[in-house]
Design a protein around this ligand. Structure first.
Ligand SMILES: C[S@@+](CC[C@H](N)C(=O)[O-])C[C@H]1O[C@@H](n2cnc3c(N)ncnc32)[C@H](O)[C@@H]1O
Length: 217
C-alpha cells in the first residue's frame, strides 16, 4: 500500500469555482444522473464536453511502468467513462487487455471506437466479474460517488476482482479552504473525508492498494 500520485501528469484545469458555487444546487441532481448533461452538456453540470484529447496517455504510461504491466495482462478501469484511459493503456502497451466499467449508459454508448466491447455498464460496488480476473484495477474519482457503505463495498469489490495491484484516486482536502473548494467544485461526491478519514475507510474495507488525492486548490 503506497500513497503515490499516479495522476501527477494530468493537466491542471482552470476552474471557475466561484461561479460554480453560485449555481451548484440546481446542477448537482442533473450531474448525478451521469447522463449526456454531465459529460457533454453545460460546464456547470459536469465536464462541459468530454472529448478525447490524449491527456490520459502519460498517465497510462505511468500505470504501466508502476506495475510493470506487459502484453496479455488484464487491467480494469472502474469508472471508465467513455474509455479514454482504457484506450490509452492499450495504446502505450500493445497487447495489454484493458477493460472498463461505468454507471453511465450514456458514456459507454459514446465510447471510443477502440474500446467497443470492452466497456460494461454497472456500479463499482457490484462488479460483474469473477474473483481474481484482473492483474490490476484503477478507479479515478469514482468510489466517493457512493455513501459510506457503498465506498466500503466498492473497495472490497476492487480487491476481489484484482487481488494484487490496485489504485484509487479520491477527491479530498487538507484545509478548510480546500474542503470548501471541493464542495463547490465536485458536483457528484457523496462521501467526503480528509486523507486521514479516507485511510480509516480503507482500513475498514481491508483495502491495501495504492492511492492518492485530487485536491481542488
Ligand atoms: C472522473 S470520471 C473517470 C474518468 C475515466 N477514467 C476516463 O478515462 O475518462 C468518474 C466516472 O465515474 C462514473 N461513476 C459514477 N458513479 C459510479 C458508480 N457507482 N460505479 C461506476 N462508475 C461510476 C461516472 O459516470 C464517471 O464516468
Amino acid at each position: 500500500m503506497a500513497e503515490v500520485n499516479l495522476l501527477r501528469n494530468y493537466p491542471k484545469a482552470k476552474r471557475n469555482i466561484t461561479h460554480r458555487h453560485e449555481v451548484q444546487d440546481e446542477n448537482r441532481a442533473i450531474a448525478r444522473e451521469f447522463g449526456e448533461a454531465f459529460f457533454d452538456g453545460e460546464r456547470d453540470q459536469g465536464y462541459g464536453g468530454y472529448g478525447y484529447d490524449g491527456r490520459w496517455v502519460p498517465i497510462a504510461k505511468d500505470f504501466v511502468e508502476h506495475w510493470e504491466l506487459k502484453p496479455g495482462d488484464r487491467v480494469l478501469d472502474i469508472g471508465a467513462a467513455k474509455g479514454f484511459l482504457v484506450k490509452d493503456l492499450m495504446g502505450v502497451c500493445p497487447g495489454l487487455e484493458a477493460f472498463g466499467i461505468d454507471i453511465s449508459d450514456y458514456a459507454v454508448t459514446h465510447c471510443e471506437a477502440e474500446v467497443v466491447g470492452r466497456l460494461h455498464v454497472g456500479s463499482c460496488d457490484r462488479l460483474p466479474f469473477p474473483d481474481d480476473s484482473f492483474d490490476a484495477a484503477i478507479s479515478i474519482n469514482t468510489v466517493h460517488n457512493l455513501d459510506h457503505e457503498g465506498c466500503v463495498r466498492a473497495l472490497r469489490e476492487m480487491k476481489r476482482v484484482s487481488p494484487r495491484n490496485n489504485y484509487v484516486q479520491i477527491d479530498s482536502y487538507r484545509t478548510p479552504q480546500e474542503k470548501q473548494n471541493m464542495e463547490d467544485w465536485v458536483l457528484t461526491a457523496i462521501t467526503t473525508h480528509d486523507p486521514e478519514g479516507w485511510r480509516a475507510l480503507f482500513a475498514e474495507a481491508g483495502y491495501d492498494g495504492d492511492y492518492y488525492w485530487t485536491i481542488t486548490e
